[in-house]
Write a protein that binds this ligand. Structure first.
Ligand code: ZN
Length: 288
């Protein structure tokens, strides 16, 4: 299911050459990537808790260019937790599962006391749904916040145990543990019946192997189309404009509720959520 080597390598070269890695605080380190369109094309946020970032490899790409959608397992979306979820495609997804004019809000690096609750309150206020890419160690630390996420009907995404953005350079056994241990941590925190639907590598540090590990455990690798760079605190206006201009690239938008002061993210969402509704967008989820 791996992308053809030549294509993948080309993408890696493009992404690596144009990436700048910066790091904030715990898990708030994110790598900027511009790829062709000027809109971040793949998962590139990064940082292990307390560690520096790593530009690592890019992943994904806007639209469906990062790979097809072959190999999707029907029925995966409703697997109960009692049995292993069905295998899903190992290709990185960006598109929405709903047709039409959609937006997939994805919110990374939490849960974090204070910010996660604020984001949840806004999503409820505007009847919006989102996918939370959760760091396993943080799920262990703040299980009640994970439960709040699922209780509100949002989806869960595995964002690795430690947010090590260089995990793609590590042994396969390490990668497997980062992916699967985090899945268990998030499921345990979320409680019975919870399902982790996606896997997003920290810093875009996907490998074909880690994507296969995730996919074989029911988690679809998840990219993005629009990177708000909110973790850099570029200003609320800037975040809002980045999203408004970037939506033409695709429906999946990257925000953060962890990794530092996310006041700008919250303020930007307060403006963007009603804007999406006014513009006729439907809040959706990435296609599994
Ligand atoms: Zn992250």
């Amino acid at each position: 299911m791996a992308r053809p080597a030549a294509r993948r390598n080309r993408r890696l070269v493009i992404a690596t050459a144009s990436a700048v890695a910066l790091c904030a605080t715990i898990s708030g380190c994110v790598a900027m990537a511009t790829e062709g369109s000027g809109v971040s094309a793949g998962p590139r946020n990064s940082a292990g808790p307390g560690n520096g970032g790593d530009p690592s490899n890019g992943a994904g790409g806007s639209g469906s260019s990062a790979g097809g959608d072959k190999g999707r397992s029907p029925g995966a979306a409703s697997s109960p937790s009692a049995k292993p979820p069905a295998r899903v495609s190992a290709e990185i997804t960006h598109e929405s599962e709903d047709p039409g004019k959609t937006v997939n809000l994805t919110i990374d690096d939490g849960p974090e006391p204070g910010w996660t609750v604020k984001v949840l309150a806004l999503l409820e206020k505007y009847d919006a749904k989102a996918t939370f890419c959760i760091i396993g160690s943080r799920a262990q630390e703040y299980p009640d916040l994970v439960k709040k996420v699922t209780a509100a009907g949002h989806r869960l995404c595995d964002h690795s145990v430690d947010h090590n953005t260089a995990m793609d350079k590590r042994a396969e056994s390490y990668q497997e543990a980062q992916v699967l241990d985090a899945q268990k941590m998030i499921e345990k925190a979320a409680g019975e019946g919870a399902r982790v639907s996606y896997y997003r590598a920290p810093g875009g540090a996907f490998t074909p192997y880690s994507r296969e590990v995730a996919a074989s455990h029911g988690m679809r690798p998840l990219g993005w189309n629009v990177d708000t760079h909110d973790w850099q605190n570029p200003g609320v206006d800037r975040i809002v404009e980045t999203v408004k201009k970037g939506m033409k690239e695709g429906p999946t938008v990257l925000f953060h509720d962890g990794g530092g002061n996310r006041g700008q993210t919250v303020a930007a969402l307060e403006r963007l959520l009603p804007w999406f509704k006014e513009q006729g967008y439907t809040f959706s989820y990435p296609k599994i």
